[in-house]
Design a protein around this ligand. Structure first.
Ligand code: LMR
Length: 401
């Protein structure tokens, strides 16, 4: 029997993971991978954190069963993650109006959020920054959302165009969803100031919008509490909010697919009702979550000594990324590549956006085996002492034309 014709029309490769596949298939030995947001050490490998190894040792010694987990995950994990994101003593935590759900990574959290909103009739239009992570528009469109965008950076790409952003959000209709990056904006690395977060909170309140915060890099910017300060500003008394968080990067648990969706409702009663809908959305998708990654995160976060060691490992990853930023600016300046690159050193998180043309990006890849995403998004966490110079040399040639 013939397949339906649509099944024979190939889908385009994913702009990030499809490119990473292409990189892997490239036989050139000198290739440079700056595609997906993955942390590497100076040898170019992504190590398993020592605290993860220790947690896995403890879990293996205690393993007794592979029973299904609750649809929304184990309570201990859910409570630890909620406190990590919102802060231990937060009113929304103490009152019970914030509830967390284990999800398969941050993408899983976003998809559960999208399904929850569509299935409960709580939102049908989502506003996202231009530019944003390329999976955002495709994920929300496939969940049935109308996708709109708000301007983010000014033409230099180095600063947020605050007036344009707030003006666009001011045009959103009550009930529209506003997708915000909690920290370490992907792809620009440019984050709102505390003052801008306050003003975003004001627009959200005035226009009665629903913020959905994508928090995939908590701790990679300035610190665990610092990176959550913006979204906490939005959790005003009685305000509703959703947060999708991920432990792929911060626990280096990429392949374990572990994250969470936090729903902050108006009251504890509303939160309990929302939770029944979260569970219904999950049940018809992947039924219930995988256990291992969440068990690792729970083991680390619940043990004060392991947790302190993890925070040190997290700080070491953050410091290395920030040092890479300084080294990159130096390398670009040393080659006198036209442009003011200094802002890269002040940006945060894994990414910087170089603002290259398609022809330049193609040339980097085809001629120099340097892989960058879209309009020149680079994974700053992917630089090592062996690939930084070849990258800067290639960029200098491509920019010179
Ligand atoms: C990225 O933006 O590179 C990461 O979030 C990985 C991914 O899934 O795209």
């Amino acid at each position: 029997m013939a397949l339906p014709s649509l099944a024979r029309v190939p889908a385009p490769p994913d702009p990030i993971l499809g490119l990473a596949e292409r990189y892997r298939a490239d036989p050139r030995p000198n290739k440079v991978n700056l595609t997906s947001g993955v942390f590497v050490d100076d040898s170019g490998t992504t190590p398993i954190l020592a605290t993860v190894v220790e947690a896995e040792r403890r879990l293996a010694a205690a393993a007794a069963s592979k029973l299904y987990r609750p649809i929304d995950g184990e309570l201990a994990y859910r409570e630890l993650v909620r406190a990590l994101v919102l802060g231990e003593g937060h009113e929304a935590v103490a009152s019970g109006r914030a509830l967390a759900t284990q999800t398969p990574g941050g993408t899983g959290g976003l998809r559960v959020a999208a399904d929850l909103l569509r299935q409960t009739g709580s939102g049908s239009t989502v506003w996202m920054s231009e530019p944003t992570w390329p999976n955002h528009p495709q994920l929300f469109a496939s969940a049935g959302f109308k996708v709109r965008s708000y301007p983010y950076t000014d033409p230099t790409g180095r600063r947020i165009d605050e007036a344009a952003m707030l003006d666009a959000l001011g045009q959103a209709s009550p009930g529209d969803v506003v997708l915000l990056h909690g920290c370490c904006h992907n792809p620009t690395g440019v984050d709102p100031s505390a003052d801008l977060w306050r003003r975003i909170g004001d627009v959200v309140e005035e226009r009665r919008l629903l913020p959905l915060v994508d928090l995939a890099y908590q701790g990679f910017g300035d610190g665990l509490a610092e990176d959550a300060a913006g979204l906490r500003e939005l959790v005003r008394p009685g305000a509703e909010l959703l947060v999708s968080t991920s432990f792929s990067k911060t626990f280096s648990l990429y392949a374990e697919r572990v994250g969470a969706l936090i729903v902050v409702a108006r009251s504890a009663e509303d939160a309990e009702a929302a939770q029944t809908n979260v569970k219904a959305a999950i049940r018809t998708n992947y039924s219930n979550p995988p256990a291992h990654g969440a068990d690792v995160v729970r083991t680390i976060l619940s043990d004060p000594e392991l947790r302190a060691r993890w925070e040190q490992e997290l700080a070491a990853m953050r410091n290395r990324i920030n040092a890479n930023r300084g080294d990159l600016v130096e390398a670009l300046d040393a080659r006198r590549i036209p442009g003011d690159w200094s802002a890269i050193a002040d940006q945060r998180g894994m990414f910087a956006l170089l603002g290259l043309s398609k022809a330049q990006v193609d040339r980097l890849r085809d001629e120099f085996a340097v892989y960058v995403v879209g309009a020149g998004r680079i994974n700053v966490a992917g630089f090592t002492s062996s690939n930084l110079s070849p990258f800067a040399d290639a960029l200098a040639k491509v920019v010179a034309g």
